[in-house]
Write a protein that binds this ligand. Structure first.
Ligand code: SF4
Ligand code: SF4
Length: 94
């Protein structure tokens, strides 16, 4: 079976540099940048093209700052964006 390719977009202005996403990423795709955002936090960047689109990083991000995509034959498909969670939530990933 072909390996699933994923991708993420990080809203760096939402990031507070907590590094939860780094800990949650099984692929070692994320690292802390050496630059700060407008709030003065060292934000997160993707450093390796190893993302599988597992959604772990988006699930743990307390700021809802990560959007996850999976690459398909048709192009890029958004599969997870989590923001403003105030109640229990259910996430289904196909
Ligand atoms: S979606 Fe999964 S593999 Fe991709 S960066 Fe986030 S935690 Fe890592
Ligand atoms: S989990 Fe969210 S807020 Fe924390 S470092 Fe990662 S992107 Fe930034």
């Amino acid at each position: 079976m072909a390996k699933v390719k994923g991708d993420i977009i990080i809203d760096i202005e939402k990031c507070k540099g907590c590094e939860l996403c780094i800990e949650a990423c099984p692929q070692g795709s994320l690292e802390t940048s050496r630059k700060v955002n407008n709030k003065g936090y060292l934000y997160i960047v993707k450093v390796e093209d190893t993302c599988t689109g597992c959604t772990n990083c988006a699930l743990v991000c307390p700021e809802g700052g990560i959007t996850v995509y999976r690459k398909t034959e048709k192009g890029k498909e958004q599969i997870a964006k989590i923001s403003n969670v105030t109640k229990d939530m259910e996430l289904k990933v196909n």
